[in-house]
Design a protein. Structure first.
Length: 414
């Protein structure tokens, strides 16, 4: 069996806080994560994963793949950058070479002898490319290597449509099964098994396809506009407006107005309030009336604060990036281009700061670090409500993130 290894590189840092709790290849754009899309293109292939060391045990718990070691070192291996939005497979067979784009490794096709010296930390070292160039043939290639979370958001709408055309081959809607539901361009709508769509709903695929997974419940008088993706076991509340580019992960509860926003699994945004051009992590709870701005009054390019630096995103539309396990109070209002860290508790009646460090507790009277024991208890309670239990590895990662983000909080305090 042939070998493929999907790796993280040093640019995972650009995807924080979303990448604190997961390798960057678990982030979603379109119908699939980076990882899922790569795996789809290599059937009957031994898949191996490289990630940061503190994530290793949790990743191994979640996948049937070899993690941080090549499972079969007696064969050649194709290493693929995990933030490559792969549309066609890179050949596994062929001469030894590294594919380079803008001085970044897109892939490395190596023989078994050279594979022996490759470890996950090598790819996390930005100088490793210089070492490889000395002994491996270099090929300049075009590649869709996404650099920041807002690139995922910007590409998402188009990628949903592309994935639908490439991979969804059956299961299109039978309109007779859904009385009182209005379908526009039903040939571009996929609905999974045991999904319930109540009367008065409109599914409009005129401008792009709509994918709805298994065991989804869409409550009355909701509107879904394609391209859109709704994964398994999602609940869409009554009167919801799900606009183009909405990308909702498994077991989420969604209400209000969503536009061009990616939401990871197990997140709640059940109530009214606008969420646009954003990326929201897993196990997030947005209180009723939580909203974000996604366009400045000057209609200009949006700048974000990423830790200690300001970055011009080049985007006219950008809402917020929010890490896993963060919670907001009712009527929380986020400004354009906000970055909210991992495991924050935001209880402000005023507008929160544009950059919120991980494990922050913000209320009108108190600004402090979130106590790790208290936040772990809250996270476990939320997971229990969905019949999930935080594993020992999950807790270990949670505590590791708290330690890793101490510097983040100090930068903000200064």
């Amino acid at each position: 069996m042939k070998n493929v290894c999907i790796f993280e590189d040093d640019s995972y840092k650009n995807f924080l806080p979303l990448a604190y709790n997961r390798p960057v290849y678990e982030l979603r754009c379109g119908i699939y994560s980076f990882l899922e899309r790569i795996v789809l293109q290599y059937p009957d292939t031994e898949i191996n994963l490289f990630c940061r060391d503190y994530l290793k045990s949790l990743v191994a718990e979640n996948y049937p793949y070899s993690v941080n070691k090549i499972n079969n070192i007696n064969k050649d291996c194709l290493f693929i950058n995990g933030r490559h939005l792969l549309s066609t497979p890179i050949a596994i067979d062929g001469k030894e070479e590294i594919g380079i784009n803008d001085n970044t490794i897109v892939y490395a096709r190596l023989n078994k002898k050279n594979c022996l010296s490759i470890t996950p930390d090598k790819f996390l070292d930005k100088d490793f490319i210089s070492e490889l160039k000395k002994r491996i043939n270099v090929k300049r290639v075009d590649a869709s290597l996404l650099q920041y979370p807002w690139k995922l958001i910007h590409t998402n709408k188009e990628q949903i449509a592309s994935d639908f055309m490439s991979y969804i081959k059956d299961g299109y809607v039978s309109e007779n099964d859904y009385k009182g539901v209005h379908f526009i361009m039903g040939s571009q709508i996929y609905i999974g098994k045991n999904t319930v769509i109540k009367p008065g709903c409109v599914l409009d695929a005129e401008n792009g396809p709509i994918y709805i997974g298994n065991n989804v419940k869409i409550s009355p008088n909701s509107v879904i506009e394609g391209p859109a993706f709704i994964d398994d076991n999602v609940v869409i509340q009554a009167l919801s407006r799900i606009h183009a580019g909405s990308n909702i992960g498994k077991v989420c509860k969604i209400g209000g107005e969503i536009s061009n926003t990616i939401i990871q699994d197990y997140t709640n945004k059940q109530h009214d309030g606008f969420l646009g051009d954003s990326y929201i992590g897993a196990w997030v709870n947005l209180g009723a009336g939580t909203v974000n701005s996604n366009l400045t009054n000057l209609y200009g390019s949006i700048k974000v604060q990423l830790f200690d630096k300001m970055i011009d995103t080049g985007q006219t539309f950008l809402g917020m990036i929010m890490g896993d396990h963060t919670k907001t109070a009712i009527n929380t209002k986020f400004t354009t281009g906000s970055i909210i860290g991992f495991a924050c508790n935001i209880l402000l009646t005023s507008t929160p700061p544009k950059f919120t460090p991980s494990f922050s507790w913000y209320s009108d009277n108190i600004t402090r670090a979130y106590d790790i024991r208290r936040e772990l208890l809250v996270a476990k309670r939320m997971m229990a409500r969905r019949n999930k239990k935080m594993t020992r590895n999950g807790e270990k990662v949670f505590r590791s993130i708290f330690t890793l983000t101490e510097t983040e909080r100090k930068i903000h305090d200064n």
